[in-house]
Design a protein around this ligand. Sequence first.
Ligand SMILES: [Zn+2]
Ligand SMILES: [Zn+2]
Length: 939
Amino acid sequence: DTVERIVGQLGSPEIGGSYFTFSDENNYMIWAFLKKCYERGWIYKGTDVMPWCPRCSTALSEHEIVTEGYKELVHPGLTLRFPLKGRVRESLLVWTTTPWTLTSNVAAAVHPNITYVKVKYGDEYFYLGKPALDRILPKGSYEIIEEIKGIEMEGWVYEGPFDELPAQIRSGAVEAHRVILWDGVTEEEGTCIVHIAPGCGKEDFELGKIYALPTIAPLDEFGVFVDGFGKYTGMHVYDSSKPIIEDLNSKGLLFKVEDYRHRYPVCWRCGNELVFRLVDEWFISMGKKLNKPLEEITEEEKAQNLRYQIMEVAKKVRWIPDYGLQHELNWLENMEDWMISKKRYWGLALPIWECQKCGNFEVIGGKEELKAKAVEGWEIFEGHTPHRPWVDAVKIRCSKCGSLMSRIPDVGNPWLDAGIVAYSTIRYRFDREYWRKWFPAEFVCESLPGQFRNWFYAMLAMSTVMEGEPPFKVCFGHGLVLDEQGREMHKSWGNVIWFDEAAEKMGADVMRWIYCTTRPEQNLLFGYKRAEEVKKRFLIPLWNIYSFFVTYANLDEWSPKNLVTYESLSLLDKWALSKLNVLIKDVTRYLEDFNPYDAAIAIEKFVDELSTWYIRRSRRRFWKSERDEDKNAAYTTLYTCLTTLIKLLAPFIPFLTEEIYQNIVRSVNPNASESIHHNEWPTADESIIDEDLMRDMDLAVKVCSLGRSARNKAGIKLRQPLLEAKVVASEDVVRRVEKLKSIIMDELNVKRLSLTTQRSELFNYSIKIIPEILGKKYGKLLPKIQEAIEKMSAEEAIAAVKSGGLSLSVEGREIRLLPEEIRIVEEPKDDYSISEEDNVIVGVYKVIPENLKLEGLARDIVRRIQNQRKEAGFNIADHIETYYEAGPILTEVFESFGDYIAAETLSVVMRRGAPPGEAHSATYSLAGEILRIWLRKAA
Ligand SMILES: [Zn+2]
Ligand SMILES: [Zn+2]
């Protein structure tokens, strides 16, 4: 399997130019980089306590553990006595889950502010944290003698658990055992007294540096105890727990041992438990952390300090999403020195030669330099790549003591290999002009959470050292691919979807559209349900538009030769083309701004409007039998939309668009480019963009949607013609909608559309008194007042109320009703069903006269015949004969609307009674009658 094959299957076969990290060019380029660091004094050999896999015999980097792996594991939780020197039968109670590290114990840490207690337990005395009492000692088994703060215990000396071991004696640990302070001690775990072994733990190592403690390193690279550990020497760390616990028990130091479940780091390669091990490693110094804002770092400080130089360079990159920069800066500000060595055999040979005698080392910057300095072994190396074992044969002379220097056995951290590509792949070492032409890269793209501290970081760091410039202009960081529930995909969880399987089952275009319609910085939830959604939402509607066009264009033998000019287009056509040109502008702008998401969403919206408005409203223009200018205009519009749309879509869904292109462009125009992907990118024609028309049409769409919902409320289906719809809206809206009246009437299936600004055309108003208020004031007069109001005209009353109050004369009394004492009730007129949104109201007239009922039934019949045509297997253009038997109502429909039904269904014969020969028949129930219809192909 190659990346090229997979990417090719996704539709980008021309990718190519892959590089290989083990190439000489890549290797020597890294040598050159390391040489520069060396010359600035940034390379050093240090020790570090590293997470280490004894099985793979390798250290793991900080990043590998952060990203990959912890497991829930059960370890023995040991509570131990550390007897205090010079105090009879008094011990610290210390807790640990890694028995093997006790062999290398140096100190015991307490928190300065936690309260500790001295308790009497049997005939001994223990010290432990007060918060730990309940979990360590059985209730009632002890007596508290004294409470003290941790800080008071600092410096107490104790006897270590393995002071007889030569490693303990040699290192000076035996004399060093004492209580130290550490803020990292928590109340939640153990005894609040932590055993410290600086050679066996990361934090222990740091503490050891602060307190100048001896460091004991018990394990070799395979996890086996080294010399100096008595009976443990030669034993594997994984086998050591049991004998150590037995040993502690027989010494009387073990207080108790319990199973302890916790998250423990494991190797992401082999799953084995990691140990922490003291090793020699090579580092690039990032410089001191100065703990002040980047703006306050002086030029001098920056010059000393690679960390801040990289931060400056990172700021010159455009990060997408923009918070990527902050991620990167935070990482740089806080990261430790970059460990560049790796204890492996295969990999980049670090070009560091070290003198065993005096400790001097030198970094070699390239093959030529090595040749010039070689005093031994060049003939063995010559002709080989700079890898082990050949490169190790070369010896050079120590400039300090004159001894032979050998290469260190370490290989390089893999991020060195990946970070140098902006130099190694474009001839930096031997063709600077060519390199300049291509550097910096326009764009890099990888997972942001995965790479801001790996690849992005390494590229930035290396380029900062080489040229002080960013290696790329734009860094596009995306989220992760997860399963549909938002979980990571794991083989063992059974939720992995392999690329080949997905490409086969859902298709590459579907996969691509899923990617494009997810905001890149968000995690992508990938799976077959998502694929179905995307198909239903976008790809199928798109295909349906295409197939609609092809079907009718074939029937009419329409070809682009018949394209008409803009002037002959209808408003609807002009609207579609206006939208199309806006789309071209939007998609172009979004893509130029590295924003495929908004481009894809804009395309989806356009396709939706094309299908649910343009085609819906134009269907009859394609269907009618005359081949007139209007039909041509519709074809012109749809053809233009489709052929342009597929060009916009080609980078997103290369396969589907190619298929459409071959069929509707290449097949009719042999001079067209061979592939859609060879076409010029569309450019927008501003003169076709008609903002007014688009705004008007948006209103028309809204009116129609309100009208349909008003029909719905009344339970009248859209096929039933109605006498009237009324639109009440502002003057501006009325004026705009006026122009598109016929489209709205068609869509709403009404004979008349009235547009008005008067609400009262759709509503009745009445005034009701509010009895809670008026009752107190007028008592028994209340019903009379209501009566008097009802006698007035509503308009009159409302006008009076609005102008401040309503005066009435009731039983000789003058009464003035205030606006807050009455309520104006608005009710839709009985004969209208109403829907309202944002001050646009549409009402449809619900009363259906007899002739319209029949017309509605005629439409019902048409729909049934059309479906029956499909069932009978007729082609869309086949002319047919229709025969029917029906009751009196439907017979009347056939008689009144026969021509209409015949035209809509391409029936050349429409006759009552059974057909003369074979025919496809079906029976329906409609308007309370049985309807039987026979269809046969016309001769
Ligand atoms: Zn491993
Ligand atoms: Zn030397």
